[in-house]
Ligand binder design. Structure first.
Ligand code: NAD
Length: 488
């Protein structure tokens, strides 16, 4: 492997080499303590165009390899993720602010995503049938060409692995645009992919912000765009990419409701709800955001308060991503207080000794929230849960269904009958029963409903195979004696 750049000065990665961008640079901060850890090029259309040309050239030989040959590279790459686990986890922690354990879980999930991807050759064994005597039809999956992946800040390691292994094993070449606030994990991804034997030009990184996202949506040689981020930007990307006749799947934000019934197991429910709302400092699109407590759930709320008090910023709770995020989250809590809600556990004003420049918000439980309050309706993206009390299940379902989002929903109960009713009626793509973070593990695919996802299909699992490929249907006759009619 050739000598690679260090990660302090992030550069674009085009045709297997780290290169400078054309434009200005931006500083990258660690939210753990506010220190500057890197600089990043804010690339422009010209930079993207170079990456697309490299990807277009690489596509010719990459797409002509077999699925199994391509999968072998990711088999080796998965081993490199495991070998470099601690370093990759520390890097993820440094740039994102989540805890080391959470970062490690992220890299482990990336390994699982690779495991699914290397099984793709078995999954897509093609369909063949003799459709009339001596005449055979077969369907093969073919790659699209150059594709793009646009990522958010909250999973610097995992979200790129939602798209890259599947899209590449299926024969596409790719441009990835990481979030400009967490560009480092993807640099290591490029280095390790190269070490695993990925040919130059198959995987390219173009750094930057809005300008480069718009350029991706407009570039005539990019065939498909996957996006993960907020709903506001998902809508912009989906409209712009599809209006330029590209395939697009765009995952947006979330406001996940957990419906808690009085018969739920107290300890399991309280610990799950608190872990769901506070894990990764609440910066997960699968995080619990609203707990709808049906009838009398005071005993569960009391236990949640006990659990929340065991969570200490800087110890078992990481930072949020930025000063603006901390201010926004604390602003929501203050607004709820003004609106008449009760703050049972207050995470405002958290400071971690020795890391005074970091952006920490403690776990926050807000009770007696009503559906009209902003904390009940808007995505807060912090370690905050709003408890809305209802008298019955119908009202709880109305509240869940009233959200514009639809990523996840969960029910906590010991009644199979009631769980089934809520599973059926919840308006979300991913449902949990007695589970606070109902992420479908591979091979089940990941994707929400409503304003949490735009486009057909999901972003991972079997569903993504459809997204990253097109079918070629071939009808074959070698035997001149085969019966000939209009169908053959
Ligand atoms: P974001 O929408 O601000 O940014 C996502 C990407 O879009 C980044 O690469 C960014 O550079 C780019 N971008 C930002 N503003 C843009 C604009 N105006 N035009 C074009 N591009 C733009 O999201 P974020 O803050 O990085 O991530 C957090 C959000 O992502 C939350 O809303 C969270 O719920 C969501 N998210 C959703 C999922 C999911 O699976 N549905 C998963 C992870 C995160």
């Amino acid at each position: 492997m050739e000598e690679m750049e260090t990660t302090t000065q992030v550069r674009n990665f085009i045709n297997g080499k780290f290169v400078d961008g054309n434009q200005s640079t931006m500083d990258v901060e660690s939210p753990l303590d506010g220190s500057i850890i890197s600089t990043l090029p804010l690339s422009n259309y010209e930079d993207l165009d170079k990456a697309v040309e490299a990807a277009k050239t690489a596509f010719v030989s990459w797409s002509s390899m077999t699925f199994k040959e391509r999968a072998q590279i990711f088999f080796r790459y998965r081993g490199l993720l495991e070998k470099n686990m601690d370093e990759l986890s520390s890097l993820c922690q440094l740039e994102n602010g989540k805890t080391f354990e959470e970062s490690k879980a992220e890299v482990e999930k990336s390994m699982e995503l690779c495991e699914f991807a290397v099984s793709i050759p078995q999954i897509i064994a093609n369909e063949v049938q003799e459709v009339s005597k001596g005449v055979e039809c077969r369907i093969e999956r073919k790659p699209l060409g150059v594709v793009a992946s646009i990522a958010p800040f909250n999973f610097p390691n995992m979200v790129p692995h939602w798209t890259v292994p599947n899209a590449l094993i299926l024969g596409n070449t790719m441009i990835i645009k990481p979030s400009e606030v967490v560009p480092l994990s993807v640099v290591r991804m490029a280095e390790l992919l190269k070490e695993a034997g990925l040919p130059d030009g198959v995987f390219n990184i173009v750094n930057g912000g809005k300008e480069i996202v718009e350029a991706i949506c407009d570039h005539p040689k990019i065939e498909a765009v996957s996006f993960v981020g907020s709903t506001a930007v998902a809508k912009i990307v989906y409209k712009r990419a599809t209006s330029n006749l590209k395939r697009c799947v765009a995952l947006g934000g979330a406001k996940n409701h957990l419906i808690v019934l009085p018969d739920a197991d107290v300890d399991m429910t309280a610990s799950n709800v608190v872990a769901s709302m506070s894990g990764c400092a609440g910066q997960r699109c699968m995080a619990a955001s609203v707990m709808v407590g049906v009838d009398n759930v005071q005993h569960i709320v009391d236990r949640m308060v006990d659990y929340a008090r065991e969570i200490v910023p800087g110890q078992n709770l990481g930072s949020v991503i930025s000063k603006e995020a901390k201010e926004r989250i604390e602003g929501y809590i203050t607004q709820a207080e003004k609106d008449g809600a009760t703050i049972l556990v207050d995470g405002r004003g958290s400071v971690v000794a020795g890391k005074e420049g970091g952006y920490y918000v403690g776990p926050t439980i807000i009770d007696h929230v009503t559906s009209e309050m902003s904390v009940a309706r808007e995505e807060i993206f912090g370690p905050v849960i709003s408890i809305v009390r209802t008298k019955d299940i119908d009202e709880a379902i109305r509240i869940e269904n009233g959200s514009n989002y639809g990523n996840a929903a969960a029910v906590f109960t010991q009644s199979g009958k009631l769980a089934k009713e809520i599973m059926e009626k919840a308006s979300a793509g991913m449902i949990g029963v007695n589970i606070g973070v109902p992420v479908p593990r591979e091979p089940f695919s990941f994707g929400g409903w409503n304003d949490s996802k735009f486009g057909v299909g999901d972003i991972t699992g079997r569903s993504s195979i459809e997204f990253w490929t097109q079918n070629k249907k071939t009808t074959i006759k070698w035997n001149p004696g085969a019966r000939t009619n209009w169908m053959s």
